[in-house]
Design a protein around this ligand. Structure first.
Ligand code: LLP
Length: 375
């Protein structure tokens, strides 16, 4: 889809590993030529474990990188470090000098753009912890020009996640393009503009035309790229994997409390935290339909918190204890944000490929959970 929408523009899709870091998925994407956007040494290890040949297509984002993580990435000769502060750039220079490896960097600039999304996942405004004030970037690029171990390779921007309109992306990229043009006048030729991730999906079902969305997004960016001749990097996470995944849960009980009906499932907020954390909506459908009328219910898990819910006052098809229900669009930030809260074992993961199902992560066992502990 991105390939088609971007046509002749030199580009690389760097999948944001944080959205779903299953090795099997990374492998599938690497085989299709994808690059990767990582935010930790751990994510780099995952990429290297299944696709060492993709190391040169990795960009390293994140607001707090440790020296050890930087070293690992320098040794792997990744494509680019997206640097979020002057102090980080100094650290990168020091580690590069120590290891005698040139570090290709991009400054992640903060364009001060408002993106309509949940406040926890909006990142592109000056009050956020992310990036370097775009007005300061020029000076920083100039200050390291001619440095032996740092190569000014690109510029990056990421304004937030689950953004439904193309406009804020265009505004951000336009500001970035101006910076690139200014640097060019100064003799600093950047090879890459990294437009980050953030493209949203429709969690309410309906007729979501993903290709049209990508086209609209690509056109908006293309329009403001000016005469930039370098490579465009994109870091989509959610858009690539959200709709590919469902969380399947079993109904344990259907319980009435006063006027309310609660459908209690064996999955909980530790398996899918998005509703609790971002008031996110996920469609819930019974795996097998039963005859009968829909009911207004709360769908909740067994965790001891009132925040442990999947849906409030939702119209649900009839379900009985023992039935399976699917929570849709859980492929992004689902398993990736799961935990063992309440000493709950995480579920298995199954990859369905062209009608064939394959186990890609076995169920956790109590032995897995207790292994790191000492008494
Ligand atoms: N690049 C950077 C630098 C990022 O911080 C992120 C996501 C992405 C790319 C990928 O963004 P995406 O295309 O997936 O929107 N847990 C939240 C979303 C957090 C996003 C964090 N950064 C959720 O479940 O909605």
């Amino acid at each position: 889809m991105f390939q088609q929408a971007l046509g002749s523009r030199d580009h690389l899709v760097c999948y944001a590993v944080k959205a779903n870091s299953a090795l099997a998925i990374l492998k599938l994407l690497a085989a299709r030529g994808a690059g990767f956007d990582i935010v930790s040494g751990g994510e780099l290890e995952r990429v290297l474990a299944v696709a060492p040949e993709a190391a040169g297509r990795v960009v390293f984002s994140g607001v707090g990188k440790t020296a050890a993580e930087i070293d690992l990435a320098l040794q792997a000769e990744i494509l680019q470090f997206n640097v979020e502060s002057e102090a980080e750039l100094e650290l990168l220079a020091a580690r590069a000098a120590k290891l005698k490896r040139k570090a290709r960097f991009a400054l992640r600039v903060n364009p001060d753009v408002f993106a309509e999304t949940h406040p926890y996942i909006s990142t592109g405004m000056r009050e956020h912890k992310f990036g370097i004030d775009i007005r300061k970037a020029l000076k920083i690029y100039r200050s390291v020009a001619g440095s032996r171990w740092l190569e000014a390779h690109g510029v990056s921007v990421h304004i937030g996640s689950q953004i439904r309109s193309a406009e804020p992306f265009a505004v951000a990229i336009e500001r970035v393009s101006k910076l690139v043009a200014q640097l060019q006048r100064d003799g600093i030729e950047l090879k890459v503009i990294d437009a980050g991730g953030g493209l949203g999906i429709d969690y309410h079902g309906g007729s979501f035309d993903a290709a049209a969305k990508v086209n609209e997004y690509a056109a908006a960016i293309e329009q403001v790229l000016g005469d930039f001749k370098g490579r465009l990097l994109l870091e989509p996470g959610r858009f690539l994997v959200a709709q590919a995944g469902a969380l399947v849960a079993r109904v344990l009980q259907v319980k009435r409390n006063g006027k309310k009906t609660f459908v209690i499932t064996d999955a909980a907020m530790n398996d899918l935290i998005r509703p609790a954390l971002y008031q996110a909506h996920h469609e819930i459908v019974p795996v097998r339909r039963r005859p009968g009328k829909t009911r207004i219910v709360d769908v909740v898990g067994p965790v001891c918190e009132s925040g442990d819910f999947f849906a409030h006052d939702r119209e649900l098809q009839p379900v009985k204890p023992g039935d399976l229900v699917a929570l849709l669009d859980a492929g992004a930030y689902g398993m990736a944000q799961s935990s063992n809260y309440n000493t709950r074992l995480r579920p298995a993961e199954v990859l369905v490929e062209g009608g064939r199902a394959r186990l890609i992560r076995r169920r956790e066992t109590m032995a897995d959970l207790l292994a790191p502990e000492m008494v």
